[in-house]
Design a protein around this ligand. Structure first.
Ligand code: NAD
Ligand code: ZN
Length: 361
């Protein structure tokens, strides 16, 4: 491995390196040696990388389970099909699950690991930028239901996370762009310098070599920021709420688009409008929203609500958000680039619909 970065969480380590996949055998067996390995992947990622992972874990002991790619398959149906396949293939307690894919595979395979035989170890091998910097860290697993996303799940911490940035060379360009939104988010929440460097990298992403140190550093710094927050608050009662920046409006526009907007694109829109909201209600320094909008724009991300989308629908959707308390939407808002507001109020603030309406208009 060339440049390698490690981020330590209380119970596991995240390894980030260009070429980390070549060491997947020892990285998995070092923390979660098992009798059998179940590599869970999807129909896009599996054909590219599953054979290498299987070989590294030993062809006799490792099997590949492939789900159809896409959020539409992050369901209880897929969970039950996968667990049935594991059972009929004779997998038992002494199993380690390896989640090889984007956030969909990570959440689903993690939920399989959380529940199979009342819980077996799993290793996250994230292959999308979003999964590397966000979904694979923190131990949230689960599936979607007709009533909403991620409504059935469990907290289950991985035994390790292994992020090989060279895998991003095959990630579709729109997903690379969308992942950058979460990197910018980490900058706004916790680190102004990181915000500037993520913004620079996002603006030159077309020319970016995923094996370059810059990419390893981008992922590593984002993971470190998320890890630091998660470490302080594993079950989302306090500071972890800051990670919801951009996500109250983001989830609402994502829902109102009928999930045609990529999550990261929706979060970009959410970050712009929520920064405007923060300035409007007087918690953010002036200029914060302009800086967020500029970075979102140069990253090629959308910076406003799609004009055809009704403001009333978006507002209604913010109130249906899981994070809503007593029917009012709660917002995690910045005080400036690099710091969040309302530490003394549990890091979230209720905001009047009328203020939301003004920034969306
Ligand atoms: N658990 C958490 O804390 C957490 C946090 C954020 C998001 N999530 C979840 O993550 C999911 C979104 O993750 P995502 O954006 O990675 O979506 P995804 O898993 O659907 O991946 C995006 C697309 O890229 C493809 N792909 C992934 N890696 C590839 C590669 N290296 N080469 C080629 N194709 C590749 C996938 O097959 C898919 O088509 C959502 O379900 C979301 O709820 C979870
Ligand atoms: Zn997100």
């Amino acid at each position: 491995m060339s440049t390698s970065r490690e981020v330590e969480l209380p119970t596991y380590r995240v390894t980030i390196a260009a070429g980390a996949l070549a060491h997947i055998g020892e990285l998995v067996t070092g923390v979660a040696r098992a009798h059998r390995y179940a590599i869970v992947t999807d129909s896009n990622v599996g054909p590219l990388y599953a054979a290498e992972v299987r070989r590294a874990l030993g062809e006799q002991n490792a099997s590949v389970f492939t789900i159809p790619a896409g959020e539409a398959h992050k369901t209880r149906d897929t969970w039950s099909r996968l667990t049935d396949e594991l059972l009929s293939a004779g997998f038992g307690r002494d199993t380690t699950v390896v989640a090889l894919g984007g956030g969909v595979v990570g959440d689903l395979a993690g939920f399989v690991a959380a529940t199979f035989m009342r819980g077996v170890p799993y290793v996250q091998v994230p292959t999308s930028l979003l999964a590397m910097i966000d979904a694979s860290v923190g131990g949230k697993t689960g599936v979607d239901t007709a009533a909403g996303k991620n409504l059935v799940g469990a907290f289950h911490q991985p035994a390790a996370v292994v992020a090989d940035t060279t895998l991003l060379s095959t990630l579709p360009a729109d997903h690379l762009r969308a992942g950058m939104a979460e990197a910018l988010k980490h900058g706004v929440i916790a680190d102004a310098d990181y915000f500037e460097s993520a913004s620079r990298i996002a603006s030159t992403r077309h020319a970016l070599d995923p094996a370059a140190n810059a990419m390893v550093e981008l992922v590593a710094r984002s993971v470190a920021i998320k890890a630091d927050i998660v470490r302080r608050d594993e079950r989302e009662s306090g500071v972890r709420k800051t990670l919801n920046f951009g996500h109250t409006i983001g989830h609402a526009v994502e829902l109102c688009s009928g999930y045609t907007l990529l999550h990261g694109d929706a979060v970009a829109i959410g970050m712009v409008h929520e920064s405007e909201l923060a300035e409007r209600i007087g918690v953010a320094a002036s200029g914060t929203a302009a800086r967020v909008r500029e970075s979102v724009r140069v990253a090629g991300l959308p910076d406003r609500r799609p004009q055809a989308m009704s403001i009333d629908d978006v507002i209604a959707a913010t109130r249906g958000d899981k994070k809503a308390r007593a029917g009012r939407a709660e917002y995690a808002l910045p005080s400036r680039i690099g710091a969040m507001a309302a530490a003394d109020r549990g890091w979230s603030l209720p905001v009047a619909d009328d203020d939301v309406r003004q920034v969306l208009a």
